[in-house]
Design a protein around this ligand. Structure first.
Ligand code: FA5
Length: 325
């Protein structure tokens, strides 16, 4: 009886089967219980001998059941542990999170630097009228200076009156109209010119413009501000220079370049003292107030800082290019 019972318990496939086998083998109706009941009918010697054998078999059966139970429980635990296992060494690929475009990053850095120098940020419309983009800036119709910036016209019925702004300078007039002096603003924004795209020209690009109007503003303030901006934005090893130039809305006018620590030059933009007529057009008395303005292209600057030679890369949608910045 014992060997068969031990074998049955040892091979019980799971805990339920083990429990069933155990009660069948040791319960009231079991063979062992029958043997126990039969002990009473034996003589003293027989009873002792059979009783010892019965105790031994009962102990073997109990031990077989306990061993099998602990094996099955250990296996069940191992299964749970395996199922709930966390592999803390697993390396998941990073989520492909995007980021701001290089031009937007550069624009925001420039804004931060100018805000640090005490400027406020102003904005104006991209679809602009002739007055703010041209005429109010001393660029009348049929004036040759209009050819400096090829223009996209917007057809709203009044021919030639509505344009996509060709520079951020129209916002000079808008700020003068909206707030009187003192004015210390920078104007970042998108501008458009009817140009063929090449390595140094885009049809849609970005400029940032600074305008200061206050009492006693001189050309020295202009040069000093450009120099302070150069050091704040580019770093200590960089410096700036001005070269005489012409813009209808500034007098005198200049272009400004940045010198890199290796001695090479980066042409950045235009600047000058705000023309008295432009101040008047903006509702400001040029006898009382003077001002300076400067403006430069953000796209060329952004790419130059990263050694990218072709401006058309700005339009790239190739993630391998974009994720470098
Ligand atoms: C102007 O647009 C003047 N409004 C700048 C100014 C402001 C002068 C205030 C005086 C006072 P200009 O046309 O040179 O100037 O353009 C300025 C800068 O815009 C250039 O130096 C260049 O960096 C950038 N730029 C001009 N055309 C393009 C183009 N097609 N693609 C990319 N960048 C351009």
């Amino acid at each position: 009886i014992g060997a068969a019972a031990v074998e049955r318990l040892r091979t019980a496939p799971d805990l339920d089967a083990l429990k069933a086998a155990e009660s069948e083998l040791t319960g009231k109706g079991s063979e062992l219980a029958g043997v126990k009941r039969g002990l009473g009918g034996l003589d003293a010697d027989g009873r002792r001998e059979a009783g010892q054998a019965l105790n031994r078999v009962t102990a073997e059966v109990a031990e077989a059941a306990a061993t099998r139970r602990s094996d099955l429980e250990a296996a069940a635990r191992a299964e749970v542990v395996q199922a709930e296992r966390l592999d803390l060494s697993e390396v998941r690929p990073a989520h492909g999170a995007g980021h701001l475009h290089l031009v937007t990053q550069t624009m925001e850095e420039l804004e931060d630097v100018f805000v640090g120098l005490g400027f406020e940020v102003a904005e104006g419309p991209e679809v602009e009228d002739d007055w703010h983009n041209f005429t109010g800036l001393n660029i009348p119709a049929y004036h040759p200076a209009r050819d400096m910036q090829d223009t996209f016209f917007v057809d709203l019925g009044d021919p030639g009156d509505v344009v996509l702004r060709t520079h951020t300078s129209p916002v000079q007039l808008r700020v003068m109209e909206q707030q009187g002096p003192p004015i210390y603003v920078v104007v970042p924004g998108r501008v458009h010119r009817n140009e063929a795209r090449d390595a140094t020209h885009l049809a849609t690009f970005h400029q940032i413009e600074a305008l200061v109007v206050d009492r006693g503003i001189t050309f020295g303030h202009l040069a000093g501000t450009i120099e302070a901006f150069t050091r704040a934005y580019f770093g200590a090893g960089f410096s700036s220079r001005l070269r005489p130039s012409y813009f209808p809305f500034t007098e005198p006018s200049a272009e400004f370049d940045i010198q890199r620590p290796d001695g090479s030059w980066l042409e950045l933009g235009g600047c000058g003292m705000v023309h008295p007529q432009v101040l008047r057009n903006g509702g400001i008395d040029p006898e009382e107030f003077t001002g300076f303005a400067f403006g430069f292209g953000i796209d060329r600057l952004a790419l130059a800082r990263h050694g990218v030679a072709d401006l058309r890369e700005i339009l790239s949608v190739d993630v391998r290019f974009l994720e470098q910045f």
